[in-house]
Design a protein around this ligand. Structure first.
Ligand SMILES: C[S@@+](CC[C@H](N)C(=O)[O-])C[C@H]1O[C@@H](n2cnc3c(N)ncnc32)[C@H](O)[C@@H]1O
Length: 215
């Protein structure tokens, strides 16, 4: 069967199954830590979220943030996120992470969860520079993503740049090859330190989380 390499198509097709990863029993302890971490970090912020998907983390941040503009390039996950009715302080827009909309005023926080792992090593700085144009000086940057841990989908190949890939099959039987990188804490710091003055990495078994300050 043909294998698609379109990450955008993959997530559009997977929208209704997106949150199944948050039901895995062995991840519950870490997820509890992350929900508390994000609610604390988001408190009082005006947040711009990239790649919000079905809004799992938008909901968590919405409990304490002042406002959130949550964006994703795909209509189906965005519709699920909208249907959560997170309150008048949360708005949604369809947007590509590399071509974000013009905003009336800059945000004092930016977040992107389970997105950084899908950004090619070649595009990381381009993404950060573009995201930073929507954020104030000294804005807070919040990222959560996966560690490679027991139960992770195996890595199927590594490209010349060092990006790693996984083969994933959806419930309908379609096969995709999806780029998924698993940076170490040191690699995260190195990638972020050009744009960020401080980078704090929380390391859990299944996940990492970054709270950083833009310069
Ligand atoms: C792994 S999901 C993460 C969703 C959500 N943040 C979460 O943690 O549950 C990645 C998301 O990135 C979105 N996406 C893929 N390519 C994108 C792009 N170029 N710009 C914006 N969003 C994109 C997908 O539609 C999908 O919702």
């Amino acid at each position: 069967m043909a294998v698609s390499s379109s990450m955008v198509d993959y997530y559009e097709a997977r929208a209704s199954q997106l949150e199944a990863v948050y039901d895995r029993p062995e991840r519950q302890a870490d997820l509890g830590v992350l929900r508390r971490w994000l609610a604390r970090e988001a408190r009082g912020l005006t947040l711009f979220e990239v790649a919000c998907g079905s809004g799992y983390w938008t909901r968590v941040a919405a409990s304490t943030a002042k406002t959130i503009l949550a964006t994703d390039c795909n209509p189906s996950p965005l519709a699920l996120a909208r249907s959560k009715n997170l309150g008048p302080h949360v708005t949604f827009a369809r947007a590509d992470a590399f071509a974000l909309p013009t905003v009336a005023s800059q945000f004092d926080g930016g977040m992107a969860h389970f997105w950084w792992s899908h950004v090619s090593l070649a595009d990381q700085q381009r993404f950060l520079l573009h995201f930073a144009t929507k954020l104030c000086n000294r804005a807070k940057l919040l990222l959560i993503d996966n560690n490679f841990a027991a139960g992770s989908t195996p890595i199927s190949r590594r490209d010349a740049l060092g990006n790693t890939y996984q083969r994933r099959r959806l419930a309908g039987g379609e096969d995709y090859e999806v780029m998924k990188n698993f940076p170490t804490g040191e690699e995260l710091r190195r990638s972020l330190e050009g744009q960020c003055a401080s980078v704090t990495v929380l390391q859990l078994e299944h996940y990492w989380a970054v709270s950083a300050r833009l310069r």
